[in-house]
Design a protein around this ligand. Structure first.
Ligand code: HEM
Length: 514
């Protein structure tokens, strides 16, 4: 009741030295490209919605510059922050202990309807802790980077990447050494194949992966976004219900997705791939939700990450060449070599900073709490508050990542900023880009994902020179972000793969991509 009155009177529900600015719902002094909340006409542009929350903020000084709130009588307030210190403090305080933040399920209940409610991604509290014990460790560094595991996975990952790039090479060779491609569509099947066949030890044919399972997952993932927004709208269900054709397509896609999950799970009994390391006697059924999340989530995130890295490099031929020179002598990516590939690491870090795959992290206050930042500020957040940690805009704001702090403008893709930071003795633990989250709910697939993306990006740089075919590098966003042009590039085979110069390179498989 008090909260309702507060809201009517326009009182801020937040207190402390962090004093968020209230976002006017309809009127604003600045120019808004979108209303500051999702509705049927803007929900496909979530980054613009986040941006519109901050239109008036840049003219402010004080904590309202990076932290704002939305308040509508009758519903819990929304707190949105692009302040890295506050993002860090809230992610560190997310977990299953008394008073800690939950992951907010409001922006992801479409994911739960598509994959199940008890997954590591969706659950909170004790259920999340159990799922973490059960499912996170096989993906962790200590399992994946054991020499015997690493070698096995690395070899199979490498085979997959090599086979698929060979197709690109042959295509380019047939067309005189140069070809235009929408690379995102090529990356997706490679990422799914690495996960299903190399990692989980299944034997799904490439044709099925490319023509059946990737399109099915695309339909399911696209519907997750639509479903999440539409179910929340205060309009009768029949107005937002998809048409019959769309429903049939979704039904078929879900059936294919389920079949892929079953195929992957069926390898548990024979101990293929990762399953050999998976020590647990829980029934297969209990693993299904997590498997669905791993398949769909990892496909989205790794495709986004690799597509962005290549898309940035396609606009920076100088960095591409430096990276080529760094990787040319590398034919094996051991954990040590990956650690020593300094430019590759900077390119990947810069990619996740400027264009993070997950553009915001959702949280919810499970109790009234006081959050303290490392630089000595605090904010009192009332129970029930929905919190959007706006990583996308935090990472590209001049105040946090600009010339004064990192030597280069925040909105530019400059891997060299990581050298400047290192020289200034600012390490990556201080300058967090949150590309894999932070704190107890950090991504368990981080090491697997890094390895896959490093392999795909590194191999591609060794195979061809590539340039972007569209201006700028805008984003499209759904469950994750991707280059809006689908990573449209012209690739020209490097000299060592040009048929005219090396006729013997045509037959058989190439042995030196990765
Ligand atoms: C390489 C690309 C990847 C990126 C950029 C990425 C990013 C993220 C981020 C930012 C989070 C934290 C979300 C939050 O704090 O709310 C997260 C969580 C998660 N990721 Fe990833 N991820 C990647 C790959 C993977 C892979 C390969 C898997 C599994 C096979 C995976 C499974 C998960 C799961 C299950 C969670 C939820 C963990 C929890 O809540 O405890 N991710 N990921």
């Amino acid at each position: 009741m008090f909260r309702f009155l507060w809201q009517l009177l326009g009182e801020s529900p937040f207190h402390g030295t962090v004093n968020p600015m209230r976002v006017p719902l309809l009127m604003s002094t600045g120019f808004r490209r979108s209303l500051p909340f999702p509705h049927p006409w803007n929900f496909r542009e979530p980054i613009q919605i986040l941006e519109s929350l901050f239109v008036d903020a840049d003219s402010m000084s004080g904590s309202g510059r990076h932290t704002v709130y939305l308040s509508v009588p009758g519903i819990a307030p929304f707190l949105v922050t692009r302040d890295p210190q506050l993002i860090r403090a809230i992610t560190v305080e997310t977990g299953d202990k008394e008073g800690q933040f939950d992951r907010d399920t409001l922006p992801s209940d479409g994911i739960a309807r598509a994959t199940g409610v008890d997954s590591l991604l969706y659950s909170n509290g004790a259920q999340w802790r159990n799922q973490k014990k059960l499912a996170a460790s096989p993906f962790g560094k200590s399992t994946l980077f054991q020499p015997e595991n690493f070698d096995e996975f690395f070899q199979t990952f490498r085979e997959t990447v090599r086979d698929r790039l060979d197709v690109c090479r042959q295509r380019a060779a047939e067309l005189g050494g140069s070809v235009e491609v929408l690379l995102e569509a090529e990356i997706k099947p490679v990422m799914l194949e690495m996960l299903t066949n190399s990692f989980f030890g299944a034997e799904v044919s490439y044709d099925d992966i490319r023509n059946r399972y990737v399109p099915a997952l695309e339909v399911v993932i696209d519907d997750i976004v639509r479903d999440t927004v539409m179910k929340r709208l205060p309009v009768p269900g029949f107005l937002t219900r998809p048409g019959k054709e769309q429903r049939d397509r979704l039904k078929a896609a879900r059936a294919d997705f389920e079949q892929l999950t079953e195929i992957v799970l069926s390898k548990r009994a024979s101990g293929n791939g990762l399953w050999r390391q998976f020590k647990s006697d829980v029934p297969d059924e209990a693993l299904k939700t997590n498997l669905r999340v791993f398949l769909a989530g990892a496909l989205e995130a790794t495709t986004s990450y690799a597509a962005w890295a290549i898309s940035h490099l396609a606009r920076h031929p100088d960095i591409q060449e430096q990276l080529y020179r760094e990787l040319q002598p590398v034919d094996r990516y051991s954990p040590e070599i990956l650690n020593n590939a300094v430019l590759l690491t900077r390119v990947l870090d810069e990619t996740l900073r400027l264009t993070p795959s997950l553009y915001f992290l959702p949280r919810r206050a499970s109790a009234d709490v006081i959050v303290r930042t490392n630089d000595g500020r605090e904010i009192h957040i009332p129970k029930g508050t929905h919190i959007l940690l706006d990583v996308w805009h935090a990472n590209r704001h001049e105040d946090h990542w600009g010339t004064a702090v990192t030597g280069y403008p925040a909105e530019d893709f400059v891997p060299d900023r990581w050298r400047v930071l290192a020289e200034r003795h600012v390490d990556s633990k201080e300058m967090l880009h949150f590309g894999f989250g932070h704190g107890p709910r950090v991504c368990p697939g981080k090491h697997l994902g890094q390895l896959e993306v490093a392999l795909v990006v590194g191999s591609f740089v060794k195979l061809a020179k590539f340039q972007a075919l569209t201006p700028g590098n805008p984003a499209k966003a759904g469950v994750s972000t991707k280059p809006a042009d689908g990573c449209q590039i012209r690739m020209t085979l490097r000299e060592e793969y040009q048929v005219s110069k090396h006729p013997t390179a045509v037959p058989g498989r190439l042995e030196c991509y990765a």
